[in-house]
Design a protein around this ligand. Structure first.
Ligand SMILES: NC(=O)c1ccc[n+]([C@@H]2O[C@H](COP(=O)([O-])OP(=O)(O)OC[C@H]3O[C@@H](n4cnc5c(N)ncnc54)[C@H](O)[C@@H]3O)[C@@H](O)[C@H]2O)c1
Ligand SMILES: [Zn+2]
Length: 366
């Protein structure tokens, strides 16, 4: 078992992320004065519920006075205000009070949405997350960002609301579709590239063990990724500066995601966005040819794409990248690599640089 401590950020006293294999340590970690005589509502989705709701519930019932559950249909299209309303109505009908708990059991969609409900129900109640995807175990369960989409606008409505506790059971990853696992790997590779060269090298050298989900390797990887994200977020909890480096690969990545009509997964697009951003870093002389190709090629063993189909239009992707909400006074806050393991914020990346970087992602028919 590993524990990553998240320090006080904006609003809360900080919390622990426990990383382990199995559910054995869940009850002990939750038995605190705050949970005594309290009630809990587990929010899950229609894929995760049938797999894990009963086993989690049987543990939680030993901690809380009463454990209720609510299942939302799976998928990003359900991360919206209608579903928020459904969950809120459930809480009202159950007469949950301010000291009761919401437990999110699922991926980032459930975590973001149940987190948002926890932020607004009675102006804020306690929120525990049991993340079940690689992305939610290493990315979305740290940093206190909660929210839902508003029509086609992603994460448009939200709040910062800290968790009380996060419990990561790596065994849940066994049932995760392979493509979803790969998508989560993109954010993990990002952590190495932006902050920790030694971690990046370790990932490159351990791709077999990671893909085989060897427990010790997976636990170590999740711990290091949580620590990297936690340290960045602690230094800049409300995204005034440094936290922007977590958007490495995301400006072009989000644009590709929209262009693909969301047929490509988020991590797949972030991988492509990171290749493009690394290419610009290479053109600027920050990394050399060998480093650029090593970054590009390492996505392959993790089942992430290196190229875009030739019918993708770089100019349209550039246009979409400018409508991204991560702008700074009209300029794109672009994240580049200063070197492998260190990212920098740059507001002077030109359209031409972006176009060239997208262009080199496109498969050419010579
Ligand atoms: N709050 C943040 O800081 C933050 C950061 C990154 C991403 N996000 C958000 O996270 C969301 C994406 O999260 P995600 O990738 O976890 O997607 P997701 O929650 O949609 O999960 C992906 C799919 O896997 C299924 N699933 C989940 N766990 C499973 C398991 N153990 N076994 C089998 N199937 C399982 C889900 O039902 C779903 O179909 C996006 O909405 C994104 O905006 C938030
Ligand atoms: Zn991301």
């Amino acid at each position: 078992m590993s524990v990553v401590k998240i320090k006080d950020t904006v609003s809360g006293p900080g919390y622990d992320i426990v990383i382990t294999r199995g559910l054995d340590e869940l009850a002990d970690n939750l038995k605190k004065p705050e949970t005594e005589n309290r009630r809990a509502l587990i929010v899950t989705d229609s894929n995760v519920g049938p797999l894990y709701l009963e086993s989690v519930k049987s543990v939680l019932i030993t901690v809380f006075k009463d454990v209720e559950d609510f299942t939302v249909p799976a998928g990003e299209e359900n991360k919206n205000l209608d579903r928020v309303r459904d969950i809120l109505k459930k809480l009202v009908s159950l007469k949950f009070d301010r000291k009761d708990f919401i437990i999110a059991l699922g991926g980032g969609v459930i975590g973001d949405m149940a987190g948002f409900v926890s932020a607004v129900y009675l102006r804020g109640i306690r929120f525990v997350q049991i993340p079940t995807t690689l992305l939610s175990q290493t990315d979305s369960s740290i940093g206190g960002k909660t929210g839902v989409d508003l029509d086609e606008y992603k994460n448009m409505v939200g709040a910062f609301h800290q968790h009380s506790f996060v419990y990561i059971n790596t065994a849940f990853l066994r049932t995760l579709p392979k493509r979803q696992f790969a998508s989560g790997m993109a954010e993990i590779i990002k952590h190495g590239l932006i902050r920790d060269n030694a971690y990046y090298e370790w990932l490159v050298n351990n791709f077999n063990e990671i893909n085989d989900q060897e427990s010790d390797v997976i636990e170590k990887m999740i711990r290091i990724s949580c620590e990297i994200k936690a340290r960045v977020v602690e230094e800049d909890p409300t995204e005034q500066g440094l936290r922007a480096i977590l958007n490495f690969g995301h400006t072009i990545g989000h644009a590709i995601e929209k262009y693909s009509g969301f047929t490509l997964l988020h991590g797949e697009c972030v991988a492509l966005g990171m290749i493009a951003a690394s290419y610009i870093s290479y053109c600027r002389g920050n990394i050399d040819t060998e480093e650029f190709y090593e970054i590009r090629d390492m996505f392959l063993p993790f089942y992430l794409p290196l190229t875009l189909p030739d019918d993708y239009d770089p100019k349209e992707i550039l246009k979409l990248s400018k409508s991204d909400k991560k702008m700074d006074g009209g300029r794109i806050r672009f994240i580049l690599l200063k070197k492998v393991g260190k990212a920098v914020i740059d507001t002077a990346v030109t359209d031409e640089e972006i176009l060239n970087a997208i262009d080199q992602l496109i498969i050419k028919d010579y």
